[in-house]
Design a protein around this ligand. Sequence first.
Ligand code: UDP
Ligand code: MG
Length: 338
Amino acid sequence: MNTDVTKDRHGQQVELSVVIPVFNEQDALAILFERLYSVMDGLGRSFEVLFVNDGSSDNSADILAQQFEKRTDVTRVISLSSNAGQHAALIAGFEHTRGEFIITLDADLQNPPEEIPAIVAEMDKGFDYVGSIRASRHDKAWRHVASRLMNTLREKITNIRMTDQGCMLRGYSREIALEIADSNESRTFIPALAYLYAARPTEITVAHEERVAGQSKYSLFKLIQLNFDLFTSFSSVPLQLISFTGIFVSIISFLFVCYLAYRRLFYGPEVEGVFTLFGITIFLMGLLLFSVGVLGEYIGRINGLVRKRKRFRVASVLEASEDVESPVGESKSSTTSE
Ligand code: UDP
Ligand code: MG
């Protein structure tokens, strides 16, 4: 068996690994294979394409297995036992990669594979992380607005500086990818971690296309969760904001009480303004609930870390060295989380 993890079964150095998370993408895969493999073949570099089937319930697993049969030497398919989420799936992929450079890509062709050579060219220049900026976005309008808002907020409250946080067509050196996989973060945002670890990061502009088939796998709720992951993983500013708001409200309410005491002493008892008082109280209750919620987001993630539950479980691996699907009980599983 191959002992050097960066070599394929013929002992050849693998230069490029393309890691693609796949969750119910049965209608996109055929076009993806066609475009991706022709780009990779044309590069003239040794490569592997590593699909991570993130618990798909459609025909994606069968379609990936067929592709594995067709291009056994350069294709590997890792299947997770259930849907763990895009970023967990990428980490599963990182743990299995052999390449010196790792490129991540979405399966829905929103990231054109034809841009891969541009990423590789940057990595050849010695950058250890290549981020990407979408030239023009092809998503639903509400996603544009939400994304711009989140980008601005992230710039303000974390120390992660990246122009466009949404595009997953990116390049990572092997060291950075393994560092990310080793980080043992419960719920994380991979491009941000890469920025944190990279010594020589760069960004390039890439094309962005419409999803070729199917629907986005992100509901509004999942998107909010992902952004909470980003903020809680990279910033304590929300907690500090709560403290500052608490201090501010305390000062205001102290002044208000002094004012009321003054009126009570000099004007006698009053009952007017009861509804204003209601309004203020309800506002403060809302603020309190919001603060408890923010605290809860942090505590929930600590809870996930403490439980050390596996974030994902690799159920099977299809790869040329063994040519078999490993039984579920023997497969490797990794990174813990909720
Ligand atoms: N994906 C995944 N697991 C999930 C959600 C998404 O592996 O739980 C994959 C999906 O198949 C696609 C990529 O992550 O390859 C990006 O997902 P999607 O296109 O739905 O996100 P969007 O482009 O709408 O942000
Ligand atoms: Mg997409």
